[in-house]
Design a protein around this ligand. Structure first.
Ligand SMILES: Cc1cc2nc3c(=O)[nH]c(=O)nc-3n(C[C@H](O)[C@H](O)[C@H](O)COP(=O)(O)OP(=O)(O)OC[C@H]3O[C@@H](n4cnc5c(N)ncnc54)[C@H](O)[C@@H]3O)c2cc1C
Length: 508
């Protein structure tokens, strides 16, 4: 007889460990443990979602005939960690045989294999690609770029292909996908899921045990079971997919979701399936319900980006999280936890929405909170801990490549070909934040200037030695070099004032 470990992001009935187990004699182990809930200060909604979804999944397995031993967070005998839970049950059931599906995070992988138990680890085949496939594609390449991996995946899966050619003649329709949103658009509403008794019990538990964790717990409107997640997916395909592409990069104050799917939390926990979502999007295109720019854009995010970052995380190994190519050491500003502590309307809005929903869309994460930290020289590890804590979809395998690699260039260019550094002009073009801001985005430096503006140049100057050789940065350095000396000195002075304020915890 074996123990079958099912983790909080492995809530999939066809999980490889469950497929390999024998329902008539093996025992499923699920445990809400302190170490996982607290190794960063997770958002209250993230803990609530995870525990509630685990409890629903345990019920689903029991109804399907599995013997499930489930340990609740507030059980007096609850274990502190996953390895401790396994050891306790191994003793109780007098077995040392454990079946697991490889977990997403390096940290937990080694904690589990370091136990004195006989651990059999099966691959996590809920991804569309495999680690071997990614490594075969990556081996021998000078640079790993998502776009080429994505094309390979399109060919392999046949998604949006006409024979060996991409549907519509192009691989990528991003040129149609950069429209700023306008107030007079109709925005689809997110499906709101009323918590059932199981979820309510978890909400009370989170309120009682995690009062100091960030974020608002209620109203709690996330689905916590497969049926609810599938209803949310169906709503997205019906109401938002057609305009997903057009406004993918847009930001509007007070509109957290725009035309995004808001399904990553369900997908990463195992309540939804990546390939199925891509197939559903392709079917919407085939049925004439959504245009190609939207469907290709959506499929690229999952088949391209999601699979790519997972491959990078596995390939780069446990030390990836600690990389700091630009040697940034600044503290995370307090307004990442308290949006009222900044006057920058964009950061205030992105952080406030993050604390409310445990959600921000890609461009808010990349070009607002990410770019600000990059320009301000925040320690990438501290920023990583913030992203891992505050988003309900955050697990290291997906968060770390996005933060350490894409957003902070802390991996020196493994994932991205250049840093996502930008002045305030980008945010001004793609959002309405600047209109309501205390700072002026038009002002390049000096009192009242948007802090992104002088910090942008300061970032380039500070990191010149490491970045000037990058051909994609040449134009930016040329522009700086052409600027007159007085303007350059004033810009750097202005940036120094902002950095001093940040370092001394003053309001920015
Ligand atoms: C700094 C930073 C941190 C991030 N941290 C996370 C994280 O912890 N967890 C996470 O799932 N995503 C993360 N992302 C990627 C992306 O922001 C989210 O996947 C997306 O915002 C989720 O919202 P959505 O479901 O509405 O996505 P949509 O905009 O509707 O996109 C569709 C799907 O594509 C996938 N996807 C899109 N972009 C990416 C990407 N860059 N990497 C991986 N998958 C992607 C997601 O599964 C998403 O559900 C991060 C991005 C950045 C820049």
């Amino acid at each position: 007889m074996k123990l079958v470990l099912v983790l909080g992001d492995q809530l999939t009935p066809s999980l490889s460990a469950l497929r390999a187990a024998d329902k008539t004699q093996d025992v499923v182990i699920m445990a809400e443990v302190r170490d996982e809930a607290t190794y960063v200060r997770h958002h209250k909604k993230k803990i609530a979602f995870t525990f509630a979804a685990m409890r629903h999944f345990a019920q689903e397995l029991q109804a399907d005939g599995w013997n499930v031993v489930y340990s609740r967070y507030d059980d007096p005998a609850a274990s502190e960690s996953i390895p401790a839970a396994l050891l306790t049950q191994a003793q109780a059931f007098k077995t040392d045989k454990v079946l697991t599906t490889q977990c997403g995070e390096h940290r937990l992988r080694s904690a589990i294999t370091d136990t004195p138990l006989a651990i059999e680890t099966l691959p996590d085949d809920r991804f569309i690609s495999t680690t071997e496939n990614f490594n075969t594609w990556a081996d021998g390449r000078k640079q790993l770029r998502m776009e080429y991996f994505y094309r390979d995946m399109r060919r392999k899966t046949g998604l949006l292909m006409e024979g060996d050619r991409p549907e519509g003649g192009h691989w990528n329709y991003d040129k149609d996908n950069r429209k700023p949103a306008k107030r007079d658009l109709f925005f689809p509403r997110q499906l709101e899921h009323t918590p059932d008794q199981i979820t309510e019990t978890v909400l009370d538990l989170v309120e009682q045990h995690f009062p100091k964790h960030p974020g608002n717990l209620r109203p709690f409107l996330l689905a916590t079971d497969r049926q609810g997640a599938e209803r949310s997916a169906a709503t997205f395909f019906e109401t938002a997919l057609p305009l997903f592409g057009d406004f993918q990069d847009a930001m509007l104050s007070g509109e957290a979701f725009l035309y995004h799917s808001v399904l990553s939390t369900y997908l990463n926990a195992g309540l939804l399936d990546a390939r199925q979502l891509c197939d559903q999007a392709a079917a919407a295109y085939a049925a004439g319900k959504a245009p190609l720019n939207a469907v290709e854009g959506y499929i690229r995010q999952i088949l391209g980006w999601r699979e790519f970052v997972r491959g990078i995380y596995d390939r780069e190994g446990p030390n990836y999280t600690a990389r700091n190519h630009l040697s940034a050491t600044g503290a995370l500003p307090p307004f990442y936890w308290d949006p009222s502590a900044t006057d920058m309307a964009c950061v205030k809005s992105a952080v406030a929405q993050t604390l409310e929903y445990g959600y921000a869309h890609h461009i808010q994460r990349l070009m607002v909170t990410g770019t600000f930290a990059l320009l301000a020289g925040v320690d990438p590890y501290a920023l990583h801990e913030w992203y891992l804590a505050v988003y309900t979809d955050a697990y290291e395998w997906v968060e770390v490549p996005n933060v350490i690699g894409m957003s902070q260039f802390a991996d020196g260019g493994v994932l991205a070909s250049k840093p996502y550094a930008a002045s305030g002009a980008y945010i001004s073009r793609m959002s309405d934040y600047c209109a309501g801001c205390a700072y002026s985005v038009r002002k390049r430096r000096g009192p009242g200037a948007c802090p992104f503006n002088p910090l942008y140049w300061d970032f380039l100057v500070r990191n010149r030695e490491k970045l000037a050789g990058n051909p994609r940065m040449t134009q930016m350095y040329r522009t700086w070099d052409k600027m007159d000396e007085v303007s350059r000195a004033e810009t750097l002075h202005s940036a120094a004032e902002i950095l001093t304020k940040l370092h001394s915890g003053d309001r920015v």
